[in-house]
Design a binder for this molecule. Structure first.
Ligand code: BTN
Length: 331
């Protein structure tokens, strides 16, 4: 299912499924399985490169997709979810191509329950601070969840930190160790970025409103990402000996994220604070905090009950909240 006008044109799913095994397939085999001419196959294969997929061709032998493809499967995901998690999800959408899963959920009418939107790739993936989120086809996880609150934006205080805790728990279940969180919501492994969270809110700031929580998690290194990302990053395949499947990874994340979101308006950040503190990548480190054009140096002392960053500065203990804040270790 392809939503809205995008520049991406996918080859037929049957072709993707054939190439998913990462093995060599001759042009003739592909053409006969799909019941089209070899010329038609070449045209379809040409659509793979803009998706960020590395197609290799061997003269006289055929084509293979480097590393194969692990496509997402809606039924497999739903079957793997805990019963209360399935019950809490009122809408579950899986797209092959979207501009952005966050943008898609922000465009939907307000409803009740938790909405989940996942895409195999994004043509305009959004990162924090206006950055692009590189989103090649079927490589990583691009997922957004929407939750509604009745008590205004205050209900979402500290939410981005709680999301980090839920993702860290899920990664722990998948076998990852040494996962840390960088305030407010980067997921790190040994100082390198494994994932990021983008939260957008809309609606009545003091009444019925919703938050869209977007998670981008790197699962597989891919050439187009390596060229385009301007900071140290890592993917799950580098961290884990036993690489989980993409469906399994989505299931693990939803099984932690959905219960957290379902009770967040009631529980708030307090329930997640001590766990966040234990995962704090910069605790007791001197850092430089950039807010807009100003920079503040200080020692990271933890986070407040509402998820603000506690910094010991030359003015004393200060709390910093949200906004466009970046955190960099001082030289
Ligand atoms: C960051 O800059 O660290 C946040 C990145 C968030 C990326 C995810 S991918 C799924 C969702 N849809 C988007 O357009 N962005 C978020």
């Amino acid at each position: 299912m392809v939503e809205s006008a995008t520049e991406i044109h996918l080859p037929p799913k049957a072709l993707l499924q054939l190439l998913a095994d990462g093995q060599l397939h001759s042009g003739q085999e592909l053409a006969s399985v799909l019941g089209v001419s070899r010329t038609a196959i070449w045209k379809q294969l040409a659509k793979l490169e803009p998706l960020g997929l590395e197609l290799q061709s061997q003269a006289g032998k055929g084509y293979c997709l480097s590393g194969g493809l692990d496509l997402l499967d809606r039924s497999r995901i739903q079957e793997g979810l805990l019963a209360p998690v399935n019950a809490a999800i009122s809408q579950f959408e899986l797209f092959e191509v979207l501009d952005s899963t966050n943008a898609w959920l922000m465009r939907q009418e307000l409803g009740s329950g938790i909405s989940v939107c996942i895409a195999e790739c994004q043509t305009a993936g959004r990162g924090r601070r206006g950055r692009q989120w590189v989103s090649p086809f079927a490589r990583n996880i691009y997922m957004s969840l929407r939750v509604t609150a009745e008590t205004g934006f205050g209900a979402f205080e500290g939410l981005s930190l709680a999301v980090g805790v839920a993702v860290a728990d899920a990664l722990g279940d998948l076998g990852a160790t040494d996962i840390k969180l960088k305030w407010p919501n980067d997921i790190l492994w040994q100082g390198r970025k494994l994932g990021g969270v983008l939260i957008e809110a809309a609606g009545d700031p003091s009444g019925r409103c919703h938050a869209v929580i977007g998670l981008g998690l790197n699962l597989k290194a891919e050439a187009s990402m390596i060229k385009e990302i301007d900071q140290p990053w890592v993917s799950l395949e580098e961290i884990l000996d036993n690489q989980p499947g993409r469906n399994e990874s989505v299931i693990a994340i939803l099984n932690y994220m959905v219960p957290m979101l379902a009770s967040y308006e009631t529980d708030g950040f307090r329930s997640y604070k001590s766990k966040w503190e234990s995962l704090n990548a910069h605790l007791n480190q001197r850092v430089s905090l950039q807010t807009g054009l100003s920079q503040t140096a200080g020692l990271v002392c933890g986070v407040s009950d509402s998820g603000g960053l506690l910094l010991s500065t030359d003015r004393g203990l200060e709390v910093f909240h949200g906004g466009e804040v970046s955190l960099r270790a001082e030289m």
